[in-house]
Design a protein around this ligand. Sequence first.
Ligand code: ATP
Ligand code: MG
Length: 358
Amino acid sequence: MKIGIVGMPNAGKSSLFNALTKAGAEAANYPFTTIEPNVAVVPVHDERLDQLAEVIGASEIVADTIDFHDIAGLVAGAHKGEGLGNQFLSNIRETDAIVHVVRCHGDDNVIHPEGRVDPIADIETIETELIYADLEQAEKRLERVVRTARGGDKAAIAERAWLEQLIAGYHEGKPARTSPMPDDVDRGQTVQPLTAKPVLFVANVDEGDSVVPAAVAQHAEANAAKAVAISSRIEAELSELDDDEAAIMREELGVEESGLVRIVRGAFDLLELNTFFTVGSGVRAQSWHLKRGLTVWHAAGEIHTDIQQGFVRAEVVNWAELIDAGGYSQARDRGTLRIEGRDYVMQDGDVITVKHTN
Ligand SMILES: Nc1ncnc2c1ncn2[C@@H]1O[C@H](COP(=O)(O)OP(=O)(O)OP(=O)(O)O)[C@@H](O)[C@H]1O
Ligand SMILES: [Mg+2]
């Protein structure tokens, strides 16, 4: 899963990225510090996995990961190739979701590219660039689809209606997220708007704050997005400390939970993902993610395509029930471990063992 961190120059993207990774990407008080997109692979910490590993006696723990991409600051005119425009847009295109960092802090030492702090204006600058890029694409696609639709092709007629709706929305500043693609449109053929990607706004607030400014929260709500508040700089500083020191400093600052935990959780929500586990005695305990509503057959495919191709059946047990029983055979005796076929819809926290022929 890939998440792109976007925002205005100097908004606090690299600081957040550093906090996420301690990767040490350069965070400096100077616009356009980030030229190449940096990628960080961030493990998703999950208590449940640790407990499962211990009870079952796994040899090691392999946590699910999210790839965060630190994308350089987007400026007005990016869609026309201004700043590092086109490069930004193509970097964003490759991601599954967007974390949009918005400067909300009032530290005068940090230069703002427009010389003022206005979170909504900044959000709109970024969104306008993405919408322009989407508009251009949608108009081009519409020209072609209009011709196919004239021939009476059903998918083309549905696509034409959707594209017209998108274009009308773009003119009003509405992201594609607010007009989801109808089922009868051929997903593989049509446009993939940047503004259809799920967005998590990160309000980069002053040290000690933990509330999303009302205007940002309202904007998120009105645009089918979510929002969390963190201080990028504090999170970056905390990530340099060891866990005990960080906990003490958090307490002093009154920031209870790691902002990063909130971001990772926000990302799971955003992408509508469930977690599932595989664990065995003397082998790895591993956590995985899967889109909500998908089946154990899809889950098998996440583990390995060979396992999916040779799928016979799966043993499924809820993580807490497995721990409560104390092991697989006890869970089987209790009847909490079930045999399921390929159409079983995965639930968050399922532990699976796939029986396969390969
Ligand atoms: N919440 C905050 N309060 C005060 N200063 C902050 C906060 N967050 C970040 N900063 C400071 O703002 C400056 C810019 O941060 P950063 O380099 O992370 O921005 P960026 O969005 O990556 O910029 P660029 O677009 O140039 O890559 C840094 O000096 C950083 O320490
Ligand atoms: Mg940067």
